[in-house]
Write a protein that binds this ligand. Structure first.
Ligand code: PMP
Length: 388
């Protein structure tokens, strides 16, 4: 990323003189520092145009390049096959709870769900309200979403229009994974049923085979950018499936519209797309997904080791531990509060668990440096000694 030295030095110095905390937020999450610094430059003037990225027309040459670069870097990272479209849409991952069934399900059809967490519950419930034959091939509520099911634990009903699951459960800290942390694809008994995956909290954190999916979606604000755009990777034959299903949808509701308009049928979230483009280039510059995965496994292991030392209790069953969101509790809720408050004083922020789980949650997305994981693990050890 070549920096453009046209912003006044005082402007840049003021921005970078503040010490940054280790940000363990579950999302919006930490961004790579190089990306934030590039944004600072390009907010002022991008590509020597004298116009900042947020002020450029979404139909001009400058944004043409931003969009094309973002798309091509996104494609390169995961070798996205040529029969898949990459789209940047709005409305967050939550809007996909509506768009997916609207586009992929016929009026009387069911979709099948693997309910492994809070967001997966919401996705199922919304679909069920509109497509009542939809069902859960797995329901993890009774076991408090402590793990992701094995293939033999899935109970399939009628052949669904699609199967939906969430690869990483942000709130419960579980992930579909093999022992080495690599991607685990639940097996589906029908070859011709598209698999839809919510990858909001682990997209591009480890290698994956795009061809296993019909549609992948991810809110950008954790691993691939900032809030405001949702990345969609969709197989081309699904773009206008709604037509084959004889459904009449509004223009903005169809994937076909966004594909035809190349993510700018209307004014797109230009700045978030630009940031995603920088993050994609950063991932490539770091060595791509294999390197990301190795680093993420090392980082997560540092924190899990501190959990396994005894004082803390982790939430996830060990075979489903997420490398992205790490949940643990101190022996009492009062100690959780004390932990979070003292960690903050030590430069570690956003550690409070979600209201549905309580405890502590350390989110360690791609951009969290190893030093952040070492700092919290050291703090955990010291805190345990002082309070054990
Ligand atoms: N799915 C998952 C796995 C998430 O973590 C989140 C947000 N934290 C969502 C969906 C909802 O995303 P959004 O706020 O972008 O709608």
């Amino acid at each position: 990323m070549a920096a453009i030295a046209s912003a006044p030095a005082s402007f840049l110095q003021a921005m970078t003189s503040v010490k940054r905390a280790f940000n363990f937020s579950a999302g919006p999450g930490v961004l790579p520092e190089e990306v934030v610094q590039q944004c600072q430059q390009d907010l002022w003037s991008i590509d020597g145009t004298g116009i900042g990225i947020m002020e450029h027309s979404h139909r001009g040459k400058t944004f043409d390049k931003v969009l094309a670069d973002a798309e091509s870097a996104c494609r390169k990272i995961a070798n996205v096959p040529s029969n898949y479209k990459i789209l940047f849409v709005t409305g967050g991952a939550t809007t996909q709870n509506e768009m997916v069934p609207k586009n992929l399900l016929g009026a009387d059809q069911a979709a099948a769900f693997l309910t492994t967490g809070y967001w997966a519950e919401k996705t199922f419930e919304e679909c069920k309200a509109h497509f009542p034959k939809s069902y859960e091939a797995w329901d993890g509520r009774a076991t408090k979403h402590t793990f992701c099911p094995s293939d033999s634990e899935l109970t399939w009903g009628e052949k669904p229009g699609y199967v939906h699951y969430c690869s990483n459960n942000t709130i419960y800290g579980t992930q579909f994974r093999h022992a080495d942390g690599s991607f685990r694809y639940p097996s589906v008994p029908w070859n011709d049923v598209p698999v839809v995956c919510d990858m909001s909290s682990d997209i591009y954190s480890r290698p994956l085979d795009i061809s296993k999916f019909g549609l992948i979606y991810a809110g950008a604000q954790k691993n691939v950018g900032v809030a405001g755009t949702t990345l969609i990777i969709i197989r081309e034959d699904l773009l206008d499936l709604h037509k084959k299903l004889n459904k009449k949808l509004f223009t903005m509701e169809t994937y076909a519209t966004h594909a035809k308009g190349e993510s700018r049928h209307n004014t797109p979230p230009a700045f978030p797309i630009y940031v995603s483009g920088l993050v994609f280039k950063w991932i490539l510059s770091q060595g791509g997904l294999a390197a990301m995965h190795q680093r993420n496994m090392e980082k997560a292991a540092i924190i899990y080791k501190a959990i396994d030392a005894g004082f803390y209790k982790g939430h996830a069953r060990s075979d489903s531990r997420s490398a992205m969101n790490i949940l643990f509790k101190c022996p009492t809720p009062e100690l959780d509060d004390k932990f979070i408050a003292e960690a903050l004083k030590n430069g570690m922020d956003q550690l409070k668990g979600h209201r549905s789980t309580g405890g502590v949650r350390a989110s360690v997305y791609n951009a969290m440096p190893k030093a952040g994981c070492e700092a919290i693990a050291q703090f955990m050890t010291d805190f345990a000694k002082r309070n054990g």
